[in-house]
Write a new protein. Structure first.
Length: 506
């Protein structure tokens, strides 16, 4: 719930916590006057505490169906009491721990009380006693949002006072996102309450918890698995960044640009996640390339270039057997292929190049052009898109270029880089008016020739990118696939110029 700072708790937050504890105490005051079914309170409180303890060992959050069943079965004060022991037993991470525990217990107690009161007013408890499931569900449809609202209000208030965040930020995204999962918990709570009052009794009601708990556990495991995947990917990217300091942050930005393209193309969430991994890991094979080549300042010899051009295959091999990267591996292997078949490693052309590789190729080239390196400065977003559009149909898939153009026109380009080094100077956001129209759907735009900058090259760039001509000292230019373009350095003899995506040869 509320996030009270560890070192010093602001006075406002203390007052808020004290008020919540006092209000919770007031809610419980009427308990002695009620005909409270103490055995039911104790049983539900014990089940809630046990589920909570078991869940925390598995990395899960509170298990709400028991609390909601209590709210649907018991008088409001008795239902509120069910939440208290389990919450007080819950370990808290940061000090001041007693205050945090009290705050959590009080806020949950108040939320359950408000829910139980709403349910009782709407006749839900009578419906449960009468086993009238439709009416019980209808009342729950109103009572569960009350739970979410109360919890969101209390949590937001504490966040505002303890963390001193503006009210809007404190309450934003607290109520609505909590509704879907709580609706599921509420459904289980109603089933549990109806069974509890049925001839089958509490034992049958507790059995409802088993499938619910298993589902809860599976979802949580899946969430943990996703977190583990992201950590694995981050570790791999860090290894690449450490090896090739020139391109630090490039992988993350390519991942973000790839996601923008994928979303613009209407891919589903699972596919977007694959594309994200593909973009982030496209150059993971650089780990297998000698560092001296990646960091070489001068022109590359043909042998050195051939060694660098092995990185897609290294990356493909490195990620073999990692199940969640299966489709991303195709992008890792083929992100330097060109639509006209002049790329590497296999010289695939057109639709024979996997779709995810065509996405990553465009994202890779775009970031290469819009990032500052120690040896050249960034190009404006509009200029980079113009260059991509020029090479659409020969080097890049026009669909992907169009998608990136459209996405940037709507969202701009503000990549978030978590690398531990200062991010390269950001390219200016893509103002809609500055974004050129998308590449034509049918093929390569007419002249001038395709000459996009090498994506992430330093020394390799000496053999490449004309796209840098705008930012570099003037030099001879040539079409891609022909002779090299000088970007302040002499091209390596016998080395052909590279296109934008190809620059990621480094
Ligand atoms: Fe690459």
């Amino acid at each position: 719930m509320g996030s009270v700072p560890a070192a010093s708790v602001p006075a406002g937050a203390r007052v808020c916590a004290a008020a919540a504890v006092a209000a919770a105490g007031a809610c419980l005051l009427s308990l002695p006057e009620l005909r409270t079914p103490w055995w039911a309170v104790l049983l539900l409180a014990a089940v809630y505490a046990a589920c909570g303890q078991a869940g925390r060992r598995a990395g899960l959050d509170a298990f709400y169906p028991v609390l909601l069943a209590a709210a649907f079965l018991l008088p409001p004060p008795a239902a509120a009491l069910v939440a208290v022991p389990g919450t007080l037993l819950t370990p808290v991470g940061d000090p001041p721990r007693p205050l945090r525990r009290l705050w959590r217990a009080a806020s949950l107690c108040l939320s359950v009380h408000a829910t139980a009161w709403t349910y009782w007013v709407l006749g839900g408890r009578d419906a449960v006693v009468a086993s009238d499931l439709p009416r019980a569900l209808l009342a729950a449809a109103f009572a569960v949002p009350v739970f979410c609202l109360t919890a969101a209000l209390l949590d937001g208030a504490m966040r505002m006072l303890a963390d001193r965040v503006p009210a809007r930020a404190a309450w934003r995204h607290r109520f609505v996102p909590s509704l879907p999962p709580m609706a599921v918990h509420g459904l289980a709570g109603v089933m549990m309450a109806v069974l509890w009052r049925s001839p089958h009794g509490p034992a049958a009601a507790l059995l409802v918890l088993l499938p619910m708990y298993v589902t809860w556990w599976v979802f949580a495991q899946s969430d943990r698995e996703r977190t583990a995947h992201r950590s694995t990917v981050r570790a791999l990217v860090r290894a690449v960044d450490l090896k090739d300091g020139y391109t630090r942050g490039h992988s993350e930005r390519v991942g973000q640009a790839s996601v923008m393209i994928a979303r613009e193309l209407g891919m589903d969430d699972d596919r977007v996640e694959v594309i994200r991994f593909a973009g982030i890991l496209h150059d993971v094979g650089k780990i297998g390339v000698p560092t001296r080549l990646l960091r070489k300042e001068g022109p590359l010899t043909p042998a050195e270039r051939r060694a660098i051009e092995l990185h897609p295959e290294y990356g493909h091999e490195m990620t073999r057997g990692i199940g969640f990267l299966e489709e991303a591996r195709a992008a890792i292997l083929h992100h330097h292929e060109r639509l006209d078949g002049s790329g590497y490693p296999y010289g695939l052309s057109g639709c024979r190049i996997p779709e995810c590789a065509r996405v990553v190729a465009v994202a890779d080239a775009f970031d290469a052009m819009t990032s500052t390196r120690s040896y050249r400065r960034a190009r404006p977003v509009a200029a980079a898109l113009e260059e991509l559009a020029r090479c659409a149909g020969t080097q890049f898939d026009p669909r992907m270029v169009t998608a990136l153009t459209g996405a940037l026109a709507r969202h701009g380009w503000n990549p978030v880089v978590t690398s531990d080094e200062p991010a390269p100077a950001a390219a200016p956001p893509a103002a809609p008016s500055a974004v050129p129209s998308a590449a034509p759907a049918g093929g390569a735009p007419p002249a001038p020739p395709c000459r996009v900058p090498a994506a992430t090259e330093s020394a390799a760039e000496s053999a490449a990118p004309s796209g840098d001509a705008a930012a570099a000292p003037p030099g001879p230019t040539a079409p891609a696939g022909g002779t090299a373009v000088a970007v302040g350095r002499a091209p390596a003899p016998g080395v052909r110029a590279r296109g934008p995506g190809e620059g990621a040869a480094r």
